[in-house]
Ligand binder design. Structure first.
Ligand code: TPP
Length: 369
């Protein structure tokens, strides 16, 4: 009797791929180095600078939430918890690199050179908040989930065609990986070996939808595999690990080896945005506490303190500096002339459609009074 030929075991292949996605970590939650071999090449000054940025940005988050509640800011998506994921990935960039952020990614723009006043104007929906200074290579934060992934493939291809020594980096959330744009973007960039870095900040929830309901894939990182993209899962609460994998992705990209997909395992402490969702309705206190113990600033502080590079005095100095910077920037934003409806229309249209022209005249008349 002929033995039956063994068929290809697709389930086994999937299980094997999924089992390969171990989470890259350098610092554990106590601030101990658990993977010495991966330690990035950063000077003491650079390590301190990264900490200063995380502390400053945490204060910005707290102040932005209260400014929003006072009606002094508009749209705001909280960032606390995601500092390592956002700032350590940005720290691996060069000034010529191009950022295509999502709505939560304002901190990366600021550290890439966007003045804080501009960020506040963006929050208020003022068009000046979308006009970036020369040298800040970035698009405005994207509101349409996943759209920035397709744009990034295009920007990265442009960088490649111009022979520039730069990359395009983009960010989306766990929910963003369910969008068609996500797959189109990574596939296109891979096919053209475009110098792109695709970051998925897995903060566990897409508004109220938990990560486990979002997809049946065991990791989000593995979604890159089908596109032929090297993909990595990293502890997004560990600044050193995030920096390390982003730096490596950048090196690969500028060498012409194509894009990388990075999933950062992280958490947002606050609500989705300040528009009214209540996280207590979809998250438990235990989950919050579990993640707060992994806090990126606490573990980096412990690491730096053990090296004698950080102390309470330095941290307080930076908290005060952040408060001062925020106070000055909001004052400057308050001083910017209020946006009128006609100005907005003029900016939107080179040639206005006739129905809008009529409305334009009505508003012009109103504004003249
Ligand atoms: C194409 C599109 N669909 C739906 C929305 C509404 N929406 C805004 S945020 C959001 C959830 C996104 O979650 P995730 O990608 O995980 O990012 P996070 O906000 O957690 O950073 C949705 C569905 C949108 N902005 N764009």
């Amino acid at each position: 009797m002929a033995t039956q030929k063994k068929t290809f075991d697709a389930v086994e292949v999937l299980n094997e791929i999924e089992s390969k996605f171990d989470m890259v970590q350098i610092l554990d939650q106590e601030g101990n180095i658990v993977n010495e071999d991966l330690m990035p090449d950063l000077t003491d000054e650079q390590l301190v600078e990264l900490m200063e940025r995380m502390v400053w940005t945490r204060v910005l988050d707290q102040r932005s939430i209260s400014l929003n509640r006072q009606g002094r800011l508009g749209f705001y998506a909280p960032t606390a918890g995601q500092e390592a994921s956002q700032l350590a990935s940005q720290y691996a960039l060069e000034s010529d690199d191009y950022i295509l952020p999502g709505y939560r990614d304002v901190p990366q723009l600021i550290w890439q050179g966007l003045p804080l006043t501009k960020a506040f104007l963006f929050s208020r929906g003022h068009f000046e908040g979308n006009q970036f200074p020369e040298g800040v290579n970035a698009l405005s934060p994207q509101i349409i989930i996943g759209a920035q992934y397709v744009q990034t493939a295009g920007v990265a291809l442009g960088i490649k065609k111009r022979g520039k020594d730069a990359v395009a980096i983009t960010y989306t959330g766990d929910g963003g990986t369910s969008q068609g744009d996500f797959y189109e973007g990574i596939n296109f960039a891979s096919a053209y070996k475009a110098p792109a870095i695709f970051v998925v900040q897995n903060n566990q929830y897409a508004i109220s939808t938990p990560r486990d309901l979002q997809t049946n894939a065991k990791t989000l990182a593995q979604k890159g595999v089908a596109s032929g993209i090297p993909s990595v899962l990293v502890d997004g609460m560990d600044a050193l690990a995030v920096y390390k994998v982003t730096k490596e992705a950048r090196e690969r990209a500028v060498k012409g080896e194509g894009p990388t997909l990075i999933e950062t395992m992280t958490y947002r402490y606050g609500p989705h945005t300040m528009a009214g969702d209540d996280p207590t309705r979809y998250r438990t206190e235990e989950t919050d506490t579990e993640w707060e113990a992994k806090d990126p600033i606490i573990r980096f502080r412990k690491f730096l303190e053990a090296k004698g590079l950080w102390n309470e005095e330095k941290e307080n100095e930076h908290i005060e500096k952040a408060k001062e910077d925020i106070k000055n920037a909001i004052k400057e934003a308050d001083g910017v002339e209020k946006q009128t409806v006609t100005q907005l229309m003029e900016i939107m249209y080179d040639e206005m459609p006739s129905n809008l022209k009529e409305q334009y005249e009505v508003y012009k008349e109103k504004e003249s009074k």
